[in-house]
Design a protein around this ligand. Structure first.
Ligand SMILES: Cc1cc2nc3c(=O)[nH]c(=O)nc-3n(C[C@H](O)[C@H](O)[C@H](O)COP(=O)(O)OP(=O)(O)OC[C@H]3O[C@@H](n4cnc5c(N)ncnc54)[C@H](O)[C@@H]3O)c2cc1C
Length: 270
């Protein structure tokens, strides 16, 4: 099969077909992406506070924003971009229609030689669906801050938790048993990478927020000058610059840029 010949480290069933997207597609280091975005923000006189907003009150024609560290900010306009946490801490007048789901990521540690050998491995979106696993994504080995190289693989699992409240999310991140998904994830990984030489496996916990129309929610709330941009659907890091631009456009002009229909990102509330 052409795709197995082209990328012999992948081994797909004969019924699979592949579409290869050439460079510049590939992978972005999410930590460096965030650093770059914050750098640009600061360059434009933005201030960054590592703090949690716990209250947004409307006072006269402005908003008073309060944080856990005891800070108070006043602003005429507010854009809430709290991701999967946008419905909590009273940030929004009405909750968004967001499906919040746990995600377990498998990090398979490989040697630096194996990482070198796989340095041309294309990132993968494998639209496979079995009883237990659906929609696999994988990134070639990357050097992590702990000095080790890991292949990162994720997918939807039949064991994923759908969250109803903040306490459940906090319990998942603090005590969630993501390791119980390791054998399922290992099996999935080796089903299409049978030759991969792995030193160790570990899991990471994450959360996905899905919107009603599968596009990010960007737009107004029922309170004037309070806007929202949230709901990544599991794939908004790669287009975060563009989505951020659309959100900024909305805050400045109260509409989406002309090349998008107003409904494209319309926030849906419960
Ligand atoms: C395991 C996993 C793998 C993924 N892989 C990919 C991928 O390969 N490609 C891709 O494009 N996307 C991927 N995604 C999706 C991507 O991470 C999200 O779509 C994206 O991060 C959404 O961006 P956001 O800014 O809306 O939310 P977030 O990135 O979640 O940012 C929200 C920020 O708000 C902060 N916050 C929350 N509440 C408050 C508060 N009250 N006060 C102050 N700050 C607050 C949070 O701490 C966080 O920093 C993945 C997601 C997961 C979970």
């Amino acid at each position: 099969m052409a795709i197995n010949k082209a990328f012999p480290d992948y081994s797909f069933s004969d019924s699979a077909f592949g579409m290869l997207e050439q460079a510049p597609s590939g992978h972005i280091n999410p930590l460096q992406l965030i650093q770059a975005q914050l750098h640009v923000f600061k360059k434009h006189n933005g201030d960054v506070y590592n703090d949690t907003v716990v209250k947004i009150d409307s006072v006269n024609n402005s908003y008073r924003i309060k944080t856990t560290e005891g800070r108070t900010f006043t602003s005429h306009q507010v854009l809430v971009t709290a991701g999967a946490f946008s419905n909590f801490f009273g940030l929004l007048p009405r909750p968004l229609d967001l499906e919040l789901e746990s995600e377990t990521v498998l990090l398979a540690q490989v040697s630096s030689e194996e990482a070198e050998r796989l340095s041309k491995l294309p990132s993968l979106l494998y639209e496979v669906e079995t009883e237990k696993v659906e929609g696999i994504y994988l990134v070639q080995p990357v050097l992590y801050p702990d000095g080790a190289h890991y292949i990162k693989m994720g997918c939807n699992l039949n064991t994923d938790i759908t969250f109803q409240n903040l306490e459940q999310i906090q319990s998942w991140f603090r005590h969630g048993d993501s390791e119980s998904n390791i054998s399922l994830l290992r099996e999935a990984l080796h089903s299409f990478m049978p030759k991969l030489d792995v030193l160790s496996y570990k899991t990471k916990k994450c959360i996905i927020s899905r919107t009603k129309h599968k596009q990010c929610y960007i737009g107004p709330t029922e309170r004037k000058n309070l806007f929202v941009a949230a709901g990544g659907n599991g794939y908004s890091a790669m287009c975060s610059d563009a989505l951020g631009e659309i959100a900024a456009h909305f805050v400045l002009h109260e509409n989406t840029p002309s090349d998008f229909s107003a409904q494209s990102f319309e926030p849906v509330v419960i």
